[in-house]
Design a protein around this ligand. Structure first.
Ligand code: NAD
Length: 295
């Protein structure tokens, strides 16, 4: 049994922490929202009045927070309190620069730091099947692995500090681009009078195949069950896709890298979210694209 401090009990963090309790670990938990602490208590966690209190005398700390600014704020609270040798796993999706800043802060204080963002959404968090993309020293990775194994189905050590966030935003930039391309192909096919199921049968086994077609087709009734079959309820909300695309563009700017398709996908998802679809699954952009006419 490992003593774990868990900070951030939102849509993702709560089920991840519950899985740690179910696996027999001793979880001290904190969230800024008191109602979530009550819920955590009912699931067998030790609830704490602050982030500092949650990390006193633990061996592993997990943070699952909204963005880089909040992660930096929480690290300022917990790093001075955590005992030397503790491993901190930040599973939030944040910008690469902030990830590198908190890595240095942790390392300077004698802590093992990992950026370990996830893929798999709330369903994966509940099932304990998340994919973890991990950056940081091998010693910290080895110390964290038994805890990551409880929450995840696949754990990939991607490299040094920041490599996990880099992998996450590159993957999701590709996903945003491929989803828009998939929507365009299916919409054009419909206009051409082509049966959507026939297009799926061709593309899913041809050179255009990709996850957005094969696993998460944006057309209802086509392919495996996906949010398109549930009125585009997320799934993976458009606001989260936009967040990750914006992080990809921040990273592209900071490394003077041109990503024209990523930039265009970001603009399109921004327009979709601004039109009131932040809580729609990101595959729901097919309806929005269908309303666009060529100028
Ligand atoms: P969420 O907003 O539901 O949860 C974040 C939690 O952090 C909230 O409960 C909030 O109260 C808490 N919090 C904020 N500031 C705090 C502070 N200073 N101290 C303590 N607690 C604080 O978000 P989520 O959906 O659980 O996502 C968490 C992270 O995981 C994000 O970075 C997100 O991008 C990433 N992510 C989410 C999904 C998804 O499908 N929801 C998938 C992959 C990755």
């Amino acid at each position: 049994m490992t003593k774990v401090g868990f900070i951030g009990l939102g849509n993702m963090g709560m089920p991840m922490a519950i899985n740690l309790v179910k696996a027999g670990h001793d979880v001290s938990a904190f969230d800024a929202v008191p109602a979530l602490l009550e819920q955590a208590h009912s699931h067998g966690m030790i609830t704490c009045g602050s982030a500092e209190e949650a990390v006193e005398n633990v061996e592993i700390i997990v943070t699952m927070l909204p963005n880089g600014e909040i992660v930096k704020k929480v690290f300022n609270e917990i790093v001075p309190v955590a005992k030397a040798g503790t491993t901190i796993i930040d599973s939030s999706t944040i910008d690469v620069s902030s990830a590198k800043i908190v890595h240095k802060q942790g390392a300077d204080a004698g802590l093992g730091c990992l950026d370990a963002p996830v893929s798999g959404g709330v369903g994966g968090a509940e099932a304990g099947t998340l994919t973890f993309m991990v950056g940081g020293p091998k010693t910290a990775f080895d110390a964290a692995q038994p805890i990551l194994d409880v929450m995840g189905g696949k754990i990939v050590h991607c490299g040094e500090g920041g490599a996990g966030q880099s992998a996450k935003i590159c993957n999701n930039m590709l996903l945003g681009v491929s989803m828009i391309g998939t929507c365009e192909a299916f919409s054009l096919a419909e206009k051409l009078g082509l049966d959507q199921k026939a297009l799926f049968d061709v593309v899913s086994t041809s050179s255009g195949s990709c996850w957005s077609v094969n696993t998460y087709c944006p057309v209802p009734g086509v392919g495996p069950k996906s949010p398109s079959d549930n009125d585009y309820k997320p799934g993976f909300a458009a606001a989260l896709m936009l967040k990750d695309l914006m992080l990809s563009q921040q990273a592209a700017d900071e490394s003077s890298m041109a990503t024209p398709m990523g930039a265009h996908a970001t603009e399109i998802y921004k327009a979709f979210v601004d039109a009131g679809h932040s809580d729609t699954d990101f595959s729901g952009i097919i309806g929005y694209l269908n309303e666009m006419k060529r100028g």
